[in-house]
Ligand binder design. Structure first.
Ligand code: SAM
Length: 239
């Protein structure tokens, strides 16, 4: 794909970006296409859709001012790097930890970080529930983000243990957000979080109903959470 096409998309979507970002995203796109032919990283195979659905959808959060220089962000269940790797490339002044349970996805992300020059990225191979028990990760992040990982109540248990007091979890959600909100609100309360107003992750020319929901960390998370790996999904909180 032409780097100019990525630049145009960033402009159309009113994403603030540095001069070198379109080229870095193009390197990422080439690697994604290359690795995707050998392993299952994304179902999207058309370049323009990849740019909109993965890159721009990850970056719409930059319209909100919630992400600021110097922050520490963790992306839980990052997969092929959405939203965390894209944010790391767009914001070299934040530190980004990319966590996933699947090693092959982290191997891909290591290749992207090297090729696109993302020196601000740390890779962690772990289940979300296990990572949050490590001293160096628990309640250490300004932002814990996730997209397409779990229903909201389960996501609260994956994300909030990583978030510092006054920081927030950011949940990228589709149309299911409405029906997940009530159980999510109860789960967040148990974990020290409070739901804030969601905002639209609008993408130019696309009729997608995507939202980003911030959950503010208002109290420390009790030591009983997260429960052992698998339990948050099998016995979700807030029901
Ligand atoms: C559907 S993919 C979404 C990937 C990416 N966030 C995106 O939006 O394209 C879900 C990812 O979450 C990871 N995942 C699911 N449950 C997890 C858990 N409990 N701990 C760590 N990673 C998890 C999977 O390995 C997978 O890479």
């Amino acid at each position: 794909m032409e780097t100019a096409r990525i630049r145009l998309s960033l402009e159309q979507n009113e994403i603030p970006f540095s001069e070198d970002l379109p080229e870095k995203l193009n390197i990422y796109l080439s690697l994604l296409n290359d690795w995707n032919s050998r392993m299952d990283l994304t179902a999207v195979t058309e370049d323009e859709e990849t740019v909109d659905k993965h890159f721009i959808d990850s970056l719409t959060v930059l319209r909100t001012g919630l992400i600021r220089d110097g922050m520490q962000l963790i992306d839980v269940g990052t997969g092929a790097g959405f939203p965390g790797m894209v944010l790391a490339l767009a914001c070299p002044e934040i530190r980004v930890t990319l966590l996933d349970a699947q090693q092959k996805r982290l191997s891909f992300l290591k290749a992207v970080a090297e090729a696109a020059g993302a020196a601000n990225v740390t890779l962690v191979h772990a289940r979300a529930e296990d990572g949050a028990r490590k001293d160096e990760l628990r309640e250490k992040f300004d932002i814990a983000a996730a997209r397409a990982v779990a229903p909201l109540n389960v996501l609260c248990e994956y994300l909030l243990p990583y978030v510092k007091l006054e920081g927030c979890a950011l949940c990228w959600k589709g149309p299911a957000l409405k029906e997940e909100t009530e159980a999510g609100r109860k789960a967040a309360h148990l974990l020290g979080g409070r739901l804030e107003m969601p905002f639209k992750s609008t993408v130019y020319g696309r009729d997608w109903d995507h939202m980003i929901l911030p959950i503010r960390k208002v109290q420390h998370t009790s030591g009983q959470y997260p429960r052992k790996a698998g339990t948050p999904k099998n016995k979700p909180l807030g029901l």
